[in-house]
Design a protein around this ligand. Sequence first.
Ligand code: SDX
Length: 391
Amino acid sequence: SEGLFTYDPGFVATASCESSITYIDGAAGVLLHRGYPIGQLAEHSNYVELCYLLLFGELPSKAQYDDFAATVRNHTMVHEQLVNFFKGFRRDAHPMAILCGVVGGLAAFYHDNLDITKEEERRVSAIRLIAKMPTLAAMCHKYNIGQPFNYPRNDLDYAENFLYMMFGNPCESYEVNPVFAKAMDRIFMLHADHEQNASTSTVRLAGSTGANPFACISAGIAALWGPAHGGANEAVLNMLDEIGDDSEENIQRFIDRAKDKDDPFKLMGFGHRVYRNFDPRAKVMKETCDEVLGELGKADDVQLKIAKRLEQIALEDDYFIERKLYPNVDFYSGIILKAIGIPTNMFTVIFAMARTIGWTSHWNEMISGSYRISRPRQLYIGHSQRDYPTK
Ligand code: SDX
């Protein structure tokens, strides 16, 4: 009844929904998608197959996979009029700002007959989103650097096509580096879903009003942008740049700053609301980082050295041990993305691209079940009623 509800700032102890998509055991460092451990998926599956699994609940047969992958490829182009949306942004706009706008703008292209109560229409919306995100993400980058947009190439797979749209240009041929494509696909997989994180909860909350799914995903992109969430991958690289070299005193100075409660500085890519043990994604990310830099002959990369030493010092420090702070998914991803040649301001866009399947799967799960509009309450701490001064 009125006035009787729990107060849980930051939703530390409140389950907002039931879900059968992703399971996390934060104490044990376990992450399962539809029951499958993330480590096994990263090793044996690929991003498009994982999209199918998250969306539909089971791994596809060969025929189902081929059909799904072909349908995703069929939807990679965006409406030519969407190019006009880009032109409204300053050339130096942050790509996350552009992405929020253009993905929200998709709602204006897919609205007329969209009946979200119909399973088939939700499926098509989901496929459109997964298929168009790499195209839109690459367009953000091309707009920033003043190059023409590349149309998708449907002879390439998902990660290859993204790299082509990012780095290809009409003046020269572009060969996709298979090491980069494999690493990119793995990064997509490691970011695909993570139960009720801030951006997914935002998508569910927006979706609970019955809003257009493209607009809901745009809300998720906005929530992801902050440095405490998806923006951390960009912040990690900026932090490693600021640290500059891997000398002991230098790294210790930043560790001491992170421990100082009077200093707002936090170790970016460290800590997690749910994991009180290693983030299993960070383990795979670290291995991928070693593989990619090794294959590129950059194993002595200064940022990799700083990151490894920083991790080592932090994990031996009482402050981080007592608070159970470990590297999270964002700690090593930026180093890989940088090695691939992705500019730092695109890191969070890549997280958003990959997370689109998670957001969409949660939206679909909610709409297909029974749900109510999300409407949290508050503890009012303002004035009691008072009279408006009339003189
Ligand atoms: C993602 O939720 C998800 O699942 C998110 C995500 C996903 O896939 O969707 O996993 C992706 O967002 C990863 C997180 C990326 N963010 C960062 O790397 C930014 C740095 N990390 C922190 O700001 C922080 O750890 C959070 C935001 C990730 C978690 O915040 P919480 O759960 O509110 O934890 P907290 O701030 O209450 O921390 C508890 C203690 C505090 O100290 P005390 O007040 O108890 O003394 O640990 C300290 C914090 O000050 N602390 C840190 C720290 N993180 C927490 N101290 C220094 N450096 C840090 N990074």
